[in-house]
Design a binder for this molecule. Sequence first.
Ligand SMILES: Cc1cc2nc3c(=O)[nH]c(=O)nc-3n(C[C@H](O)[C@H](O)[C@H](O)COP(=O)(O)OP(=O)(O)OC[C@H]3O[C@@H](n4cnc5c(N)ncnc54)[C@H](O)[C@@H]3O)c2cc1C
Ligand code: FES
Length: 255
Amino acid sequence: MKRIEDLTVKDLRWLNSNSFVLELSGSKATRDIRPGNFAEIRIDNHPDVFLRRPFSYLDYNKEEKTVSFFVKAIGKGTHKLGTLKKGETVNIIHPLGNSFSIPENKKVLITGGGSGIAPFIMLGRELKEKGNEIHILTGGRTSEDILFTDEFRKYGEVSCTTEDGSLGEKGLLTQHSIFSGKAFDYDLIYTCGPDGMMKAVASIAKERSIDCEASLENLMACGFGVCLCCIQETTEGNKCVCTEGPVFNINELKW
Ligand SMILES: Cc1cc2nc3c(=O)[nH]c(=O)nc-3n(C[C@H](O)[C@H](O)[C@H](O)COP(=O)(O)OP(=O)(O)OC[C@H]3O[C@@H](n4cnc5c(N)ncnc54)[C@H](O)[C@@H]3O)c2cc1C
Ligand code: FES
């Protein structure tokens, strides 16, 4: 069940020049949180940010009642969030949306670009618990964008691409050699990131007849099915990404 909660900033840690992890404490909703779910965070004390902003959970700790978010500061709301101080209050509505499927004993590939890496720590952990063999591939413009590598290594093999070649293979995520290798025999691919990247991953998955789930980051306002601003065209008609997503099987999407 979703809740509106006032949570306390436990920590705000910048990871590079444009991204930070926001950890909030005092949540009573942590028991329901699944990999892929998201929260709508209210941006307080900004003269012209009226709408909440959606963020996937980076992680949560049931015992400590904490939830954390990975935020890429790209505009007014996210920059304002980055100015929060320990002890301040943040109002959130959560948990929202559906979640990724968790198979057992399969070979899976996780692909994340930009802020799209956020849901994959929780996903990696659950997939490992269910005996899956996991490969995590992340992409960024430079080495500064390649984050959480040590955390991801706890769950599986980790690779990356950077556009300037400063870390991993040079090029876009979908140009990684993994896609042309003989061992490209995954049962399921997960993807989250910029639309172009997800569409390219989806097209590879379709070509090879591999199941693929994409977590969409459509613009949102309410986050719970009222404003209809997050609509996505699917094979079954228009769907609300906030209530019927954000995770979709790519065969459902009119990409
Ligand atoms: C389900 C879901 C989960 C998300 N999870 C995360 C997450 O874990 N971490 C994270 O950093 N971000 C995440 N996002 C994206 C995040 O919500 C936006 O970056 C944020 O709302 C931007 O707010 P802003 O006020 O800083 O930007 P604005 O000032 O509102 O916009 C700045 C610029 O960014 C563009 N923009 C705004 N939102 C988006 C978007 N969703 N996609 C593409 N361009 C956008 C605007 O069109 C504008 O050009 C998620 C989005 C969704 C829908
Ligand atoms: S964001 Fe309002 S209906 Fe989806």
